[in-house]
Design a protein around this ligand. Structure first.
Ligand code: SF4
Length: 219
């Protein structure tokens, strides 16, 4: 990585190694860079510890930590990673180095400036999150087949909202769509059966790391 990337920094909650627990890269050994801070407060958020604190790290240090794990998959997550502008520089440098980079973002911030080589995993917040008014609908036309849209659902009402949103915006023609139940709020079997009954063009998913290790990190 070049000299110019040695001075910018990011506030980082953690850099860790685990299996990717979600979306199309599920099950692949991956390095996670969790950036600190988020302007949202989803009621079911499981990463509240990343709202504050963390450690300021030069991009070069983050890059070295990532490369030390020796795997090709890198996931930049949060918090809301796009809340820090230098996140865009980190994504470019990771792509330049040949990593397969994904970005997990709340859907509330502009994704237009994200390096097009990055696979953007974008949330659409259902009403049960308490943050659905933050959805940035102008992001939708920017999505491509290499991106993914994620709905995290707490109830039948959330499911109906998601279904109508997909139909109304023809989302299934833009990119793959993921449906996840909120743990201890929506029975995964109910969600699976609703999807089957409606023949929805979505992928049902459970968070692999929670099934395996019962926490949000993996190991
Ligand atoms: S956007 Fe993500 S990190 Fe922020 S509150 Fe919602 S679930 Fe938590």
């Amino acid at each position: 990585m070049g000299e110019s990337l040695e001075s910018p920094s990011l506030r980082v909650s953690e850099v860790f190694y685990s299996l990717q627990g979600e979306a199309s890269r599920m099950g692949l050994p991956s390095v996670f860079v969790r950036l600190t801070g988020c302007p949202l407060r989803c009621v079911w958020c499981d990463t509240g510890y990343a709202f504050t604190g963390g450690q300021s790290m030069p991009l070069a240090t983050i890059f070295d930590r990532v490369s030390g794990y020796g795997v090709r998959q890198v996931c930049v997550t949060g918090g809301e990673p796009l809340a820090q502008k230098n996140c865009l520089l980190l994504l470019v440098s990771l792509c330049d180095a040949g990593y397969d980079v994904s970005l997990e973002t709340s859907g509330a911030l502009d994704i237009a400036e994200v390096d097009p080589r990055v696979s953007r995993i974008v949330d659409l917040k259902a009403p049960g999150s308490g943050e659905s008014e933050r959805n940035r609908w102008s992001n939708i036309p920017l999505l491509t087949p290499r991106d993914e849209l994620k709905f995290v659902l707490t109830s039948r009402a959330d499911y109906e909202w998601a279904k109508q949103t997909i139909t109304g915006h023809r989302l299934d023609q833009r990119c793959p769509i993921l449906f996840s139940p909120v743990q201890d709020a929506l029975d995964p079997r109910d969600l699976a059966e609703w999807i089957l009954a409606d023949r929805l063009p979505v992928r049902f998913q459970l968070q692999l790391h929670k099934l395996l290790w019962g926490n949000i990190h993996g190991k």
